[in-house]
Design a protein around this ligand. Sequence first.
Ligand SMILES: NC(=O)c1ccc[n+]([C@@H]2O[C@H](COP(=O)([O-])OP(=O)(O)OC[C@H]3O[C@@H](n4cnc5c(N)ncnc54)[C@H](O)[C@@H]3O)[C@@H](O)[C@H]2O)c1
Length: 320
Amino acid sequence: MRKAVVTGGAGFIGSHIADELVARNYHVTILDDLSSGKLENINGLLNGGKAEFIRGSITDLPLLQKLFHDAEYVFHQAALTQIPSSIEDPLPTNEVNIGGTLKVLIAAEANKVKKVVYASSSAIYGDAPSIPHKEDMTPNPLSPYALTKLAGEQYAAIFHRIHGLSTASLRYFNIYGPRQNAESQYATVIPAFITRIGQDLPPVIFGDGEQTRDFAFVKDVAQANILAAEGEATGAYNVGSGHNVTINQLAQIIMRVMAKDVQPVYHEPRPGELKHSLADITRARGFGYEPEWSLEDGLSNTISYFSKTEQHATTKQETS
Ligand SMILES: NC(=O)c1ccc[n+]([C@@H]2O[C@H](COP(=O)([O-])OP(=O)(O)OC[C@H]3O[C@@H](n4cnc5c(N)ncnc54)[C@H](O)[C@@H]3O)[C@@H](O)[C@H]2O)c1
């Protein structure tokens, strides 16, 4: 059986990559310290005996050396992902995202892993002068988090150049879907809107709502990872949907799908927020990436997931 390791595999995106790998008959090892990931995201896989879970950190090099033994691919998703925390206290983000990524690359090279696919971010572009964002634009990271993502990409490129380790960095745009964290104070816009609208509360929009974002559905992103690993991809690739919508439009679509009608409320824009974001996905199409989920279909799938987990939580409360 082919073996793959997913770091951060109990998290939102990593757990979908693990699902897809198991569906393709890989034996999957999931490494996660559960700092933001949850076992419930992968319980189905673990109960079915199709994946093993190791609780540990990507900063533990001897552990990585052991886990990567015989692994064909490493999907490196583990990271501290909160921009505000990276601003308040940059050291942990630096240690995990840069130090941990370097250790992942060292262990992958030592174990002759065929390819490391690294979760980068559109945050590396910062406020680029024009859209769509193309991979050859000069990066302009605006937060410690964004800088760590760029450093990870550059380490990956250096390991490719110097040691011949094959690496591909996928610059994720705004990814959404089932299992995305809706509880955190920094919950991203889609889970935040679904939660508020579901309770007949107005969605909160920062600024005038005319800022645009490129939302990609997580199952398309999982496909992109596997295509990038199994194919010839090396270097950096945008992974978005190739379309953008305004936040006002997004709120309207979610209300339509949920059959609700609540007027959004508008708050002061958040400092440092970008005005527009849009991925040019031409390069990723070169390795076979083609988003299959429209925004409406992806949102319906996500909304039905959140309503099921909500019902589940209510039933649990009622029975306990
Ligand atoms: N969600 C997005 O829209 C988006 C956009 C751009 C980039 N990314 C990147 O994608 C990756 C996955 O993000 P996500 O949205 O699934 O977030 P997530 O928080 O759900 O997943 C990150 C996972 O990494 C784990 N982790 C954190 N530190 C670790 C450590 N030291 N050792 C082992 N595991 C550790 C967490 O417990 C969590 O399960 C991250 O690298 C993130 O930077 C995400």
